[in-house]
Design a protein around this ligand. Structure first.
Ligand SMILES: [Zn+2]
Length: 182
């Protein structure tokens, strides 16, 4: 069964007025999105829906955490997820379509698919800069082993690498020098 199928609301048989739904997001949810920058996570999405004759108004709140790759040391970094948004679902003439705020669903569609919306909302709620925070002494809490392995090459070292590359030497030899010279 499609893992994402359960993140849908069967709206057809529902009466007018308020309805509430909850969805649990877990590691398998993120695995279902190919190339996801979120490796794993755990969150709860709460949907408050108001059904009207011509549309469905959804208020969606997501709380939990998501694990991404730290931009600096590439080790795992777990960030809080906090998102609140609204989505208006309208009945369209053609296929399902969404611009993030309004979703059109076809007249024959019995379910509102929310997996993509939830996924994108979680991604949006994460900060642009994803690095381990400094501790109370101002020291980075990044994994020191990982940092050593993926040390950022300074501008000077980079120039040196470029120069030796021009002379025909492999920049990787220079990198090795830098590494062993520590
Ligand atoms: Zn880090």
């Amino acid at each position: 069964m499609d893992v994402l199928k359960k993140y849908s609301i069967a709206h057809k048989g529902l009466g007018m007025g308020a309805h509430r739904f909850e969805f649990e997001v877990d590691d398998r949810f993120f695995e279902a999105f190919e190339g996801s920058e979120i490796r794993k996570g755990s969150a709860k999405a709460t949907v408050e829906m108001d059904k009207q004759s011509d549309r469905l108004s959804l208020r969606i709140g997501i709380r939990g955490e998501a694990t991404v790759e730290c931009d600096r040391c590439l080790d795992e970094l777990t960030l809080p997820v906090e998102y609140d948004g609204t989505l208006c679902v309208r009945y369209g003439q053609t296929e399902n379509e969404s611009d993030g705020e309004v979703m059109w669903i076809g007249p024959g569609e019995t379910e509102i698919p929310l997996a993509q919306y939830i996924y994108e909302s979680i991604c949006l709620s994460l900060p642009c800069q994803r690095v381990h925070p400094d501790d109370e002494h101002g020291r980075s809490t990044c994994d020191p082993d990982m940092l050593g392995r993926f040390r950022i090459v300074s501008e000077e070292e980079f120039d040196g690498m470029a120069a030796s590359a021009e002379r025909g030497a492999s920049p990787w030899d220079k990198l090795k020098e830098i590494k062993t010279g520590e």
